[in-house]
Write a protein that binds this ligand. Structure first.
Ligand SMILES: [Mn+2]
Length: 318
């Protein structure tokens, strides 16, 4: 299938690359790497985003090929959904995707149902970037420093710096091949892991103050009401990684972060450390994700009510 996708892309003149809404390091890095590679072969290629690129990824090469999607009514020869667990993750770009002559879905979420003309999903990959690396190879594109920087950022993001259980021997082999391209690992790591905004530091304080432990400390939950976001001055992207404050506590197996959104929705992020399959809970509420990291959004009550419901589910899995 990857070969077929490579051949199809080679024939397409215009290509739209669509990372998931609230794009993370893997979604953005994979998209930019593919865009740089394709534009080098003379393709008319655009990365279309639902939101502005988060500040921490503003160092990535290839951003000149990316832009905000604003009712772009062009019809592309080919559209790629990248790192999107399902069609909903395309947000308002779904119509653009469906309008393209050929649709492609490249992803590593095990819950991906397949929704394109050409689906390539591989849950054994730690990041979608591993698939993009292989795809560039299939197309005979040798990644340069720019593609390698994007792919490394993507893989490092989704593996938490090669520390999560999704990290495989293949992950390290690909990383090693990216290092050979001369990328600056220390600089990338500092930018994506060790740089925080003042808002995020204050949000971490709010998160710690709200944290509650249940079931003899095996479940940890962080509650972020809308006021906490306002008080801290945190941006949306600043919630990234806050859940690790809960997950990292000694003895915790399952961690959750409940966030009240401005429209009243409750966004739930879930993590587990060794045996609880949190993607099962996410699926129950039409969300998705991986065994150790998943999430969903509901509109069925306030923070407290959703918290109670979630605790029942978590207790059932412990
Ligand atoms: Mn990913």
């Amino acid at each position: 299938m990857l070969k077929k996708i490579a051949e199809t892309m080679a024939k397409a003149g215009s290509i739209a690359i669509l990372p998931h809404i609230a794009a993370d390091g893997d979604a953005i890095g994979s998209s930019l790497a593919l865009a740089i590679g394709l534009s080098g072969t003379g393709k008319d290629v655009r990365v279309l985003l639902e939101e502005k690129v988060p500040q921490i990824y503003s160092f990535l090469p290839g951003l000149e090929l990316a832009g905000l999607f604003d009712a772009d009514d062009r019809r592309y020869d080919l559209a790629v959904a990248l790192d999107c667990g399902d069609l909903e993750r395309l947000g308002s770009r779904r119509t653009l995707f469906e309008k393209a002559s050929i649709t492609v879905n490249i992803d590593h979420h095990p819950t991906n149902p397949g929704f394109a003309a050409l689906d390539y999903t591989d849950p054994s990959c730690a990041a979608s970037a591993e698939i993009i690396y292989a795809l560039l190879g299939e197309m005979g594109i040798d990644p340069g420093n720019d593609e390698a920087t994007c792919l490394y950022t993507a893989i490092a993001s989704d593996t938490g710096g090669f520390r999560y259980s999704n990290t495989t021997p293949a992950t390290h082999i690909i990383a090693s091949e990216l290092l050979i391209k001369g990328i600056d690992v220390a600089d990338i790591s500092r930018r994506i892991f060790d740089t925080v905004s003042p808002g995020k530091v204050r949000l971490a304080g709010e998160a710690i103050n709200s944290l509650k432990l249940y079931e003899d400390g095996r479940i940890a939950v962080i509650y972020i009401p809308n006021e906490a976001m306002r008080r801290s001055g945190a941006a949306d992207e600043d919630t990234d990684g806050i859940i690790n404050i809960a997950r990292n506590i000694n003895g915790v197996e399952a961690a959750a972060m409940l966030r009240e959104m401005e429209n009243g929705d409750i966004r739930v992020n879930l993590r587990s450390n060794s045996h609880v399959d949190v993607s099962a809970i996410a699926s129950k509420y039409s969300g998705g994700g991986h065994t150790r990291a998943a999430g969903f959004t509901v509109r069925i009550g306030d923070l407290e009510q959703v918290g109670k419901m979630l605790l029942d589910d978590l207790r059932g899995l412990l």
